[in-house]
Design a protein around this ligand. Structure first.
Ligand code: DLL
Length: 437
């Protein structure tokens, strides 16, 4: 019989989980104090001794770690093990500055495979599945992370990586891929290409997908599901903490379970650093408690989310995070109003006349911020129907204004003119600061 959970810890009562977290936390703090000069200095400055940290409640005594700290200690300065124990390096490219370099011991790789296997099991995968991995293989953690997860559960990994979309579809058809792992934007693109190639979803065996690495909305989930005839699930992670599998969606699809026996989450106010009570929205912060090569204390993810310990119908007791609502640093401030690209996406996806491919262009004209949303018309919307297009544009503008609280210009472009991405989609051009997200 297919396993419902990968590891019984996923259903442990909270008091057991808390005891495990507390034990692992105090052990980890002792280890970083002894092995990472950066943390020893920070703790000394704050007057905190490793023996002060006995339980998860003591977390708030500890300092935050920022992406900048990783850059300042580039490439290996925060590693807690000698390099001869590091068996793998990954890195994440930033929009600015140096790459963030992360490392793994053999045990870290083992745990990563385990948490990715938990995510795959939660969507109903088992050893009979063919896991088609179209995340990039390389320094990016997506490809190898999901690959090792598939192998850990004895499924068959298909390391398709990115690129050559038509060939990917051929592989899916011929090799019998049943589970798809890629970014949600690439899943959409694969679905569209399949449609253009005249391949019916019934000709392939895909039944579920694990999509992450970028924010996506419920509406996008519906589109992927109907294009590919599969169940689309979310998977969250970040290289600094591990890679894909830090949190994963179960069949209930009401938030993502965090593998909290390895990564303790907190939600804080991003401005004051104050820890917020369960249910409030703020910045997600993680403390790794089992990582050997690169343990991080209270790492500021910049992702905005909420946490909840509400009972989950799937039976897992692991705490859940909401889908990330955006990043505290990709949040756009347009004419003083906070705008998340995901809000714009939600509105666009309510309009069947347009496709989910869009570009948000923010500029400043005569000292005034401007917001333009360029969006592709759906392939079956005739571009020459000027009158009906005018009506759509008016309705879309009104919907955007009521959701965002500011006016946006809407520009329709022909189908397939907005650049497709095989990895994370680039959806915002902020000409005010020359930032490309
Ligand atoms: O994107 C790891 C990953 C690979 C996750 C494959 C899921 C699937 P980084 O390149 O370090 O790592 O980027 C991490 O991507 O802080 C979020 O802002 C964003 N992100 C990742 N997953 C999701 C998701 C990988 N499911 C950053 N929803 C994170 C929204 C996500 N944002």
């Amino acid at each position: 019989m297919a396993r419902q959970y990968w590891n019984p810890i996923e259903t442990a009562p909270y008091h057991e989980m808390k005891a495990l977290q507390s034990y692992r936390l105090s052990r980890m703090v002792r280890r970083v104090y002894e092995n990472v000069p950066f943390y020893r200095r920070k703790l000394d400055e704050m007057g905190v001794k490793p023996e002060d940290i006995r339980s998860v409640e003591d977390l708030r005594l500890l300092p935050f770690t920022y992406k900048q700290d990783l850059r300042d200690n580039y490439p290996y300065g925060l590693f807690a093990t000698p390099m001869d124990q590091v068996v793998r390096i990954h890195a994440s490219s930033g929009t600015t500055g140096k790459q963030t370099v992360v490392g793994y011991t053999e045990e870290d790789i083992h745990i990563w495979g385990e948490i990715a296997a938990r995510a795959l099991t939660a969507i109903g995968a088992n050893e009979k599945d063919f896991v088609h991995v179209s995340y990039g293989y390389g320094l990016f953690t997506g490809g190898l992370g999901m690959h090792y997860g598939a192998e850990a559960m004895h499924a068959t990994a298909i390391p398709a990586s990115t690129g050559n979309t038509k060939r990917q579809i051929q592989i899916m058809k011929d090799f019998g891929s049943t589970i798809l792992c890629c970014t949600p934007s690439y899943a959409l693109y694969l679905g569209e290409t399949m449609r253009d190639m005249g391949i019916q979803p019934s000709e392939i065996r895909l039944r579920a997908g694990l999509f992450g690495a970028e924010p996506w909305t419920e509406e996008m989930r519906q589109q992927i599901q109907s294009l590919l005839y599969i169940k689309a699930h979310d998977i969250y992670g970040l290289s600094e903490i591990m890679g894909p599998g830090v949190a994963f969606e179960c069949s209930a699809q009401q938030g993502l379970h965090i593998n909290e026996d390895h990564f303790i989450p907190e939600i804080i106010d991003p401005d004051t650093g104050e820890v917020l009570p369960e249910g409030e929205t703020g910045e997600l912060v993680f403390t790794t408690v089992t990582k050997e090569a690169l343990p991080l204390i209270r790492y500021r993810t910049r992702d905005i989310a909420t946490l909840s310990r509400e009972k989950c119908p799937c039976g897992r007791t692991l705490i859940k995070m909401s889908k990330p609502k955006g990043r505290s640093d990709d949040m756009l401030i347009i004419r003083g109003v906070n705008v998340f690209p995901s809000q714009i996406e939600s509105v666009l996806l309510e309009f069947p006349e347009v496709s989910p491919h869009y570009l948000i262009v923010v500029d400043r004209v005569n000292n005034l911020d401007t917001l333009e949303v360029q969006v592709e018309l759906s392939a079956d919307t005739p571009i020459d129907m000027v009158r009906s297009l005018e009506k759509t544009e008016k309705r879309l503008r009104a919907a955007l204004e009521s959701t965002l609280g500011i006016a946006a210009k809407v520009t329709f472009v022909s189908p397939k003119t907005i650049a497709r991405s095989e990895g994370k989609a680039k959806r915002v051009i902020d000409k005010r600061a020359n930032i490309l997200y």
